[in-house]
Design a protein around this ligand. Structure first.
Ligand code: HEM
Length: 427
């Protein structure tokens, strides 16, 4: 049963129902307890910031550090606040874990290599990858869009962009699947997938990915190309370069930050379109007429309506701060709930409605402030290409499961489906 926005008591968070549809609970929080202290499933206590204005302010507040060392529980070795398996893996010094001035230096260097122009030039390759994946199931009349499409597309795209040779990219698909305990890796067995199950699989996969990236960076240094890893090695700012370990951490965070997010953009976005025939037909008509304006505003709206990142990554108060009238003690973790902020009626007209042509749409799906998503141009390219190609090639695509039977992944930071079964007339 969904939580009633007028109920006097706080909703249960992090239950199965909440994972399926968190929006009624977020409406309650925005209304009654907009900066809400709660115990997370890991046992860590954190503040949830749910109103748009407070969320935007918190994302830009430099007194909220990204460095987990500021967590009051860090000193006691409690609190699980990182990427699974990254601890001790020497990949910790990445953009989402550091503050200025280190963040400013690293972000400036990576921005020199990961430019909007590089992404624009990558568009034909994303189209090719998209078509190749759809070719794999278009003749069958049914597919699981997460497993066969949304999951592999971003991993192959980022591997290509970074310069991971084609013959090694399936290993990345397996490691990424293992790291996220996601069923999207190749099935275990001869020639594909990894045995060993989820336990230990995460750490092992992070270790393998790290070793591979370190070795690749080392090889590229001796033989620079046009790829992003070569760009990261070449990038310099006032005579400063990335060290090899910084370049490895950077490649890793690009993979990690750009992977599950994009899987969920495609999965949640397609799911929302399949459940709203009016909006979906409008988009199909615009695409058939060669008009891509609705695709561009539409993908932004899908990010606002049911975005991939439910809660922004961790922040920790470095001194007492007040957000939305609530005092937060130094050392307390703060989680900005992007999904709640982006449905705030104080900011968005008719926030629970999907309106692909919404123009006043400064959503927080890519964050805000100095940690604003570095990969937004790539995510937009992949999201737009994926949705437009699916809807054009398979025009009568329909859900092959009841919405109530679909399972959501239920992780803390991300929001995404485990599977998205569809049917369509075979090509
Ligand atoms: C940061 C969302 C795709 C790379 C962020 C943040 C959000 C976000 C909300 C800020 C987190 C915070 O402040 O705590 C998304 C969404 C995506 C997406 C919704 C897909 C639809 C990508 C892609 C890449 C990428 C494709 C790269 C290949 C990054 C990086 C950061 C970041 C490196 C850290 C930036 C910094 O700390 O300065 N993203 N992201 N993201 N994203 Fe994305």
């Amino acid at each position: 049963m969904q939580h009633d926005a007028t109920a006097p008591t706080p909703p249960d968070l992090f239950t199965w129902e909440f994972a399926t549809d968190p929006y009624p609970a977020y409406a309650w929080l925005r209304e009654h307890s907009p900066v809400h202290r709660t115990e997370l499933p890991s046992g860590v206590e954190a503040w949830l910031v749910t109103r748009y204005a407070d969320a935007r302010q918190a994302l830009a507040d430099q007194r909220l550090s990204k460095n987990p060392a500021h967590h009051s529980e860090a000193a006691h070795g409690r609190g699980k606040v990182g990427i699974p398996g990254e601890r001790g893996a020497n990949l910790m010094t990445h953009l989402l874990n550091i503050d200025p001035p280190d963040h400013t230096r690293l972000r400036r260097l990576v921005a020199k290599a990961f430019t909007p122009r590089r992404v624009a030039e990558f568009a034909p390759r994303v189209q090719e990858l998209t078509d190749r994946l759809i070719d794999g199931f278009a003749g069958r009349g049914e597919a699981d869009l997460i497993h066969e499409f949304a999951f592999p597309l971003p991993i192959y795209a980022i591997c290509d962009l970074l310069g991971v040779p084609a013959e090694d990219q399936d290993d990345f698909r397996d490691w990424a699947g293992n790291m996220l305990r996601h069923p999207g890796g190749r099935p275990p067995g001869p020639g594909g997938g990894q045995a060993g199950g989820p336990r230990g699989g995460v750490a092992r996969s992070v270790k393998k990915m790290r070793a591979y990236l370190a070795d690749l960076i080392h090889r590229k240094r001796a033989d620079l190309g046009d790829d992003l890893i070569s760009g990261l090695i070449r990038a310099s700012d006032h005579g400063e370069h990335l060290t090899e370990s910084e370049a490895a951490a950077m490649a890793f965070i690009l993979l990690f930050a750009g992977f599950e997010t994009t899987v969920n953009l495609i999965g949640n976005g397609m799911y929302a379109l399949l459940r709203d025939p009016g909006q979906r037909h409008r988009l199909q008509q615009a695409l058939a007429a060669g008009d891509t304006a609705l695709l561009a505003t539409g993908v932004e709206e899908l990010l606002r309506y049911d975005g991939p990142v439910e809660l922004a990554t961790w922040r920790f108060a470095t001194e007492p701060v007040t957000i939305g009238g609530q005092r937060i003690a130094a050392g307390d973790p703060v989680l900005v709930v992007l999904a709640a902020a982006d449905r705030d009626p104080e900011r968005f007209a008719d926030p629970d409605a999907l309106d692909l042509s919404r123009r006043d749409n400064k959503h927080l799906g890519y964050g805000h402030g100095i940690h604003y998503c570095l990969g937004a141009p790539l995510a937009r390219l992949e999201g737009q290409t994926a949705l437009a190609t699916l809807l054009t090639r398979l025009p009568d695509l329909r859900l092959a499961a009841e919405p109530a039977d679909l399972r959501w992944r239920g992780g803390l930071i991300m929001r995404g489906l485990r599977t998205l079964p569809v049917e369509f007339t075979p090509e």
